[in-house]
Design a protein around this ligand. Structure first.
Ligand code: ZN
Ligand code: ZN
Length: 325
């Protein structure tokens, strides 16, 4: 149990729409692999394995095409943040565990109901297993109606109400604080078309924040104070870094998203330990995402002298053990 005391796993990291890799992008990766091979890399099975394992994710792997979904295991309880297409993958994974036998329970937090955050729901197999229990939480008071509407017969053959598992809803407007087991949950409304909510979980002195689909329009410590307070001393913040900084301020103002540079500024002010760049722009290749990341790292070196903030790119399948950090 101890090793799963507070563990975060990225199941879907792409923003706006699921983005499978294209044949052209696959070929680009293959060429980048071939360019790196030295004769010594292909001498035997061990050297081939070592070579493949040494490749950076943008060359030898994928950052991930599934849309928003992050899993958290906290003190033996299951939490899910958003239900994009990554939720489908999580469901398949869970089917091999108690959810496959109708004995699973999970708490699902929905930031908002834009398609990229809910489209995994009809494909989440554990919903179809009697005995499983799910509790939805959200700041939109008509969340249940919205999810039911998404599965009206015009859009999907199986209605939301037919799921045989036990499903309940908590409207966060009707509760002042929320504790699940020994875990405290707090939330904050983001600036985003239609509204979106960031969530914070605190457990045993460690904290995790899920803050996607958020634009920070007025940058500067004064305007950002409420965000800085919400992020204060967090061990891991999952942050909407969909755009490059210039795109965010020049061309896509009011589209409701942010950039790595703004994430770093806020994280430094708030004394955050790890910042995960998340909700990747679907038109960006993995190479472009890593280029933006390298710029972000340079920026951090400049502005973050003396801080121990770590920044990384959220990749599908990556797990962060908050107790190890
Ligand atoms: Zn989104
Ligand atoms: Zn959105």
């Amino acid at each position: 149990m101890a090793e799963k005391d507070f563990e975060i796993t990225f199941r879907g990291v792409r923003g706006s729409i699921p983005t499978p890799i294209t044949p052209e992008k696959m070929k680009e990766k293959m060429l980048a692999v071939v360019e790196r091979i030295e004769p010594s890399d292909i001498q035997n099975e061990d050297s081939r394995n070592a070579f493949v394992n040494s490749l950076p994710v943008e060359v030898g792997g994928i950052i991930g095409g599934n849309s928003s979904c992050v899993q958290a295991s906290v003190a033996g309880k299951n939490f899910v943040f958003d239900c994009g297409s990554g939720l489908r993958e999580l469901g398949l994974h869970w089917m091999g565990q108690e959810f496959g036998k109708g004995g699973g329970e999970a708490h699902i937090f929905v930031s908002h109901t834009h398609y990229d955050h809910i489209l995994g729901i009809p494909f989440f197999v554990p919903f179809y297993i009697k005995g499983n229990r799910f509790k939805f939480y959200g700041g939109h008071d008509d969340l249940e109606d919205r999810l039911a509407g998404h599965q009206r017969p015009e859009f999907f053959p199986v209605p939301f109400s037919i799921f045989p598992s036990e499903i309940s809803f908590t409207d966060l407007n009707e509760v002042s604080d929320l504790t699940i087991g020994d875990t405290k949950i707090s939330w904050k409304k983001n600036y985003h078309p239609g509204g979106s909510y960031a969530f914070r979980i605190d457990y045993n002195g460690k904290s995790f924040i899920y803050a996607t689909d958020s634009e920070y329009k007025n940058i500067g410590p004064q305007a950002l104070q409420s965000v800085i307070d919400f992020f204060k001393d967090a061990d891991l913040v999952v942050f909407d870094a969909q755009y490059t900084f210039m795109e965010g301020i020049e061309f896509k103002e009011d589209w409701g998203h942010s950039s790595a540079f703004i994430g770093i500024d806020i994280a430094l002010e708030a004394n955050v330990r790890q910042l995960a760049l998340y909700h990747h722009e679907p038109t960006y290749s993995d190479f472009k995402i890593m280029d933006v990341f390298q710029l972000a790292e340079k920026y951090l070196k400049k502005v973050g002298k003396g801080s121990n903030l770590e920044v990384f790119v959220a990749c599908e399948g990556k797990t962060v053990d908050l107790n190890a950090s």
